[in-house]
Design a protein. Structure first.
Length: 192
């Protein structure tokens, strides 16, 4: 009986260790956040953000308890044109003075029907408006690299309607489309 109890305890301990969440910090130098929106109904316009931070708790064998948080500095918007960048920070777009950050906080991770894909549901907040969105995420794998640490990479995409977040500039005139594709390319470093 004693051997059975010890074996059971050992099994529970091993399963707990195997399913524990690893903690990761975002590697900003190897991460990018991009967006795409239709321009004048004939082309795609792209831009991104240069300042952000993120944290991840993740174990591919235990998605139930995975967690992701992201913060993006709105005034770091970058479209390759300084005048346009300044306009995007104004009230008719992101209103960076009043809403300096966009945030995402996951609520649920689950395996997607497509191979190697994960669906990450969460709360996206833009201009003080919070909506539930789902990112389709691809786990690109992990590698322990000497002098660089244990790293894990992901790509993530979602589509939102900017009007739902109060970003309405140019909609009536059809200058810019309502649907925005968000693409995130991340690399995380495992905390020691």
């Amino acid at each position: 009986m004693k051997k059975l109890t010890l074996a059971l305890l050992a099994s529970l301990l091993v399963s707990h260790i195997n399913f524990a969440q690893d903690t990761y910090k975002l590697d900003n130098l190897h991460t990018s956040i991009r967006f795409k929106v239709q321009h004048l109904g004939v082309a795609l316009f792209t831009g991104g953000f240069d300042q952000f931070e993120g944290a991840l708790k993740y174990n591919p064998a235990n998605l139930k308890n995975a967690q992701l948080t992201f913060r993006v500095k709105v005034n770091s918007v970058n479209t390759g044109n300084q005048r346009r960048n300044m306009h995007l920070q104004k009230e008719d777009f992101f209103d960076a003075a009043k809403y300096p950050e966009m945030t995402f906080k996951s609520t649920y991770f689950k395996k997607a029907p497509k191979a190697n894909k994960i669906l990450v549901d969460g709360l996206l907040t833009i201009r003080g408006v919070t909506k539930n969105v789902t990112f389709e995420v691809k786990d690109l794998g992990a590698r322990d690299v000497p002098n660089f640490g244990f790293r894990r990479g992901f790509t993530a995409t979602t589509k939102i309607k900017r009007s739902e977040f109060g970003v309405n500039y140019g909609l009536k005139q059809k200058l810019l489309g309502d649907e925005v594709t968000i693409e995130v390319f991340t690399e995380f470093i495992k905390s020691k």
